[in-house]
Design a binder for this molecule. Structure first.
Ligand code: GLC
Length: 511
């Protein structure tokens, strides 16, 4: 059963979901205590951000041991208990996997620094001599995704000038060398370790990374020697071959590749099951842009017979309720886009807090923790603030201690408990949408060859579509004026209709 083709995944950003032990940081027992909520919400699977041993320079994306749980989140028993309980609630559990790099505190990297140039220890990473007088310049001009050079020089050594090591992210995240067979063997061990414990799959971080075009290897990607090299597909085939020994497990890639043809290569028959599209999250609230993003992704995955998977937000981008505009307009648009996302054929990813319509938090500089992100002046902290559960509790029920990021006052009216009681809340909208998606016959499409979606004619600034073979129509109005509804009975509307018309910033499902 290919359960993941149509599944709704819920991303738990573990530090910000629920804290069970009062240290102000979310943890595994905290998640376990919210499984009732997640079942009520109606999600099919969780995606947990990294729970592995880490010095937390990048909130767990810098890993010292891929097969150990950091004590801040809990321990292996807590993982086992969480998986067992989630399964009892009918919810699957997928975990983040970070194969591109380790922490600079990983035993391998420490051993590399302590070993001579050319040693097997160094070969697990990318060490190169510098350029220029005394090797004082980086080996090449590559930039890190977080800003600055992608190379850092190791501390001076007795044997001569230190080498430089490659890090596509922060200097605390040295890149592994994917031409080294030990690196492959270690990932295979990690996959089996977690699969044997019962995880239902992996979200693979920077799945278009890993292999690089260094040292004059001919380029295979159009324009970026750091990412999307042909060799990475061998890594995904290896991952898939391992997963295929375990029934019903899924590999999902965070594939940051814009070119549709190259994107599709990641979801060929013997590679990843799903690749998360990022174009929808990058689109403005504009029917043309949204439609183009949808078409691009559907054409790409359709060309190799894979299912699409849709994401509006995650822990790296501004939340929809802020991104699409400030105040009530942003909220209305985020609600409308949720209906678009959840009507599309394929899997969907929700990011914790989006079901509450949380806006980004405007944090004072001294409260910010994301030190590694240098895209403009923004950090990613604004979308990572802890989840509000209940207005009357200290820290809104997130923790009994001091939350690791301050929770803004305007989250008080967005608590889950209050929203569950309010039929007009964003949480109620999500719950209803997920229920209809699961149960309404209008969503059930018989398998059919050809395009997964049909577009209808729509006024300028609007779009309307249905999943091929179903009766469910979704219409979105991004224009400044109300427009007539397409034919059908409205099942769910993201905001009030205006005299039987679909108002601006609103979406509707009809059957
Ligand atoms: C991915 C993660 C991001 C992290 C980076 C480095 O882009 O989503 O949060 O900082 O990888 O691991």
């Amino acid at each position: 059963m290919q359960w993941w083709r149509d599944a709704v995944f819920y991303q738990v950003y573990v530090p910000s979901f629920t804290d069970s032990d009062g240290d102000g940081i979310g943890d595994l027992q905290g998640i376990r205590g919210r499984l009732g909520y997640l079942e009520l919400l109606g999600v099919d699977a969780l995606w947990l951000s990294p729970i592995y041993a880490s010095p937390m320079v990048d909130n767990g994306y810098d890993i010292t041991d891929h097969r150990a749980v950091d004590p801040v989140w809990g321990d292996l028993d807590a993982v086992d208990e969480l998986i067992a309980d989630a399964h009892a609630h009918g919810i699957r559990v997928t975990v983040d996997l970070v194969p591109n790099h380790t922490s600079d505190q990983h035993s391998w990297f420490r051993a590399a620094l302590a070993s001579p140039t050319g040693s097997p220890e160094r070969d697990r990473y990318h060490f190169r001599p510098g350029q220029g007088v005394g090797g004082a310049e980086p080996p090449n001009s590559w930039r890190s995704v977080f800003g600055g050079s992608a190379w850092t020089r190791e501390p001076a050594r007795d044997e001569g000038p230190g080498e430089w090591f490659l890090h596509l992210f922060s200097p605390a995240q040295p890149d592994l060398n994917w031409t080294n067979l030990e690196v492959w063997a270690d990932l295979d061990k990690t996959l089996r370790f977690w699969l044997d414990r019962g995880v239902d799959g992996f979200r693979i971080d920077a799945a278009h990374g890993m292999c690089k075009q260094l040292d004059g290897t001919p380029p295979s990607s159009d324009d970026d020697p750091r990412f999307d090299q042909d060799a990475v597909h061998d890594v995904h085939r290896m991952i898939r071959a391992t997963l295929d020994h375990y029934p019903e497990r899924v590999a999902i890639g965070a594939v940051g590749v814009r070119n549709a043809t190259r994107f599709a290569r990641y979801v060929r028959q013997d590679e990843l099951h799903l690749a998360v599209d990022t174009q929808l999250a990058a689109s403005r609230f504009d029917a043309e842009e949204v439609r183009a993003a949808i078409e691009d992704c559907l054409n790409a995955v359709g060309s190799v017979g894979a299912a699409a998977s849709w994401l509006l937000s995650d822990h790296d981008v501004s939340r929809p309720a802020s991104r699409y505009g400030a105040g009530p307009v942003g909220t209305a648009r985020a609600r409308a886009m949720a209906l678009v996302q959840l009507a599309l054929p394929g899997a969907a990813y929700l990011y914790n807090g989006d079901e509450l319509g949380l806006p980004d938090a405007d944090l004072p500089d001294e409260a910010r923790r994301d030190a590694v992100w240098h895209h403009g002046e923004d950090s990613r902290d604004g979308c990572r603030v802890p989840q509000p559960w209940e207005a009357d509790l200290p820290a809104y029920g997130f923790t009994t201690g001091e939350p690791w990021l301050p929770i803004p006052d305007d989250y008080a009216v967005l608590g889950a408990a209050e929203q569950l009681e309010d039929t007009g809340s964003t949480l109620s909208l999500y719950r209803r949408a997920l229920e209809l998606r699961r149960e309404h016959p209008g969503f059930q499409a018989p398998p059919s060859p050809g395009p997964a979606l049909e577009w209808f004619g729509a006024p300028p600034g609007c779009l309307a579509f249905r999943r091929t073979g179903t009766t469910l129509v979704c219409a979105l109005n991004t224009s400044p004026a109300p427009v007539p509804l397409p034919p059908g009975d409205p099942l769910l509307v993201s905001g009030p209709l205006d005299d039987g018309m679909l108002p601006p910033d609103t979406a509707v499902w009809l059957a």
